[in-house]
Each structure stands twice: as structure tokens, then as C-alpha cells.
Design a protein around this ligand. Structure first.
Ligand SMILES: [Zn+2]
Length: 147
């Protein structure tokens, strides 16, 4: 009889989107062709695509009606993505709305955050990003108005 194997503390593998799962089992499988089942999976996969600068994936998952004609991530070079927090989500039928905060840093600048409420729509079983609203930033980030 073999003695029970002591539990090894497994190294924490985090996906780019912040989930406590290795990238390959989280957003990676969507980047390799699997269809997300929920809008939140798509939202996370899109965040990871920003981290990995996968323009094609971002365009592919953008609804054709709102997809920008040209889209280039070159301007995000120098941006370091620090994390993602999902604040709330609502789904009804083929529509979903997810509020999240993405934190990032540009060059050596201070950490910043972007609050977005994204809308997603499902067509033929595929989720697409439709558009986003940007609620006013939290008071600490409000610049005094000059008039
Ligand atoms: Zn992920």
C-alpha cells in the first residue's frame, strides 16, 4: 500500500484576466477558436486580448454594426494592464451588460482605471461586443474644471 501523496501547494497560475486558472484553460481556449458560453467569458477573453495585443481577436468578437473600420493597438504600446474587476452583470436572453473596471499604467505613470459598462449581444450562438458606456470616473480621478 502506498502512502497517501502529500498535497503539494500548487503554483498559482493566473490568467491575464485575473481568474485563478491558467491562461490555456481560461481565455486561451477562446483565443484558439472555442466560443464563449457567456458574455462574461467573452469580456474576459477580450481583456486578455488587449493584454496580448490580439487585434484580430478583438475585431472578430466586435459586432459588425459597431466594429471600427480600422483598429490598431499600436497606441497601447507602453500600456501595462494591471487587472480587471467585474462589478456587475445582467443578462437577459440574447443581451448582456457587464460593468467592469480595468486598471492600467502607461509607461512609468500612475496607475489609472477605466470604468466601462459594455453591452454584448448573442447572434447565432456567438457572443459579440456591441458597445460601451463610460460612467464618470470616481471622484479621486476628477480633474478640476477650468472655465
Ligand atoms: Zn482569462
Amino acid at each position: 500500500m502506498t502512502p497517501p501523496v502529500p498535497a503539494q501547494p500548487s503554483p498559482i497560475a493566473r490568467c491575464h484576466c485575473g481568474n485563478l486558472r491558467p491562461y490555456a484553460e481560461c481565455c486561451g481556449r477562446f483565443h484558439h477558436g472555442e466560443q464563449p458560453e457567456t458574455a462574461q467569458q467573452l469580456m474576459r477573453a477580450r481583456y486578455s486580448a488587449y493584454v496580448l495585443m490580439m487585434e484580430d481577436y478583438l475585431l472578430e468578437t466586435w459586432h459588425p454594426s459597431t466594429r471600427p473600420p480600422d483598429f490598431c493597438l499600436a497606441e497601447t504600446i507602453g500600456t501595462r494592464w494591471l487587472g480587471l474587476d467585474v462589478r456587475s452583470q445582467q443578462q437577459s436572453g440574447e443581451w448582456a451588460k457587464i460593468e467592469f473596471i480595468a486598471r492600467f499604467r502607461v509607461g512609468n505613470g500612475p496607475a489609472q482605471q477605466q470604468n466601462e459598462i459594455s453591452r454584448f449581444v448573442r447572434e447565432d450562438g456567438r457572443w459579440y461586443y456591441l458597445d460601451g458606456e463610460f460612467p464618470p470616473p470616481t471622484p479621486t480621478y476628477v480633474q478640476p474644471r477650468k472655465r
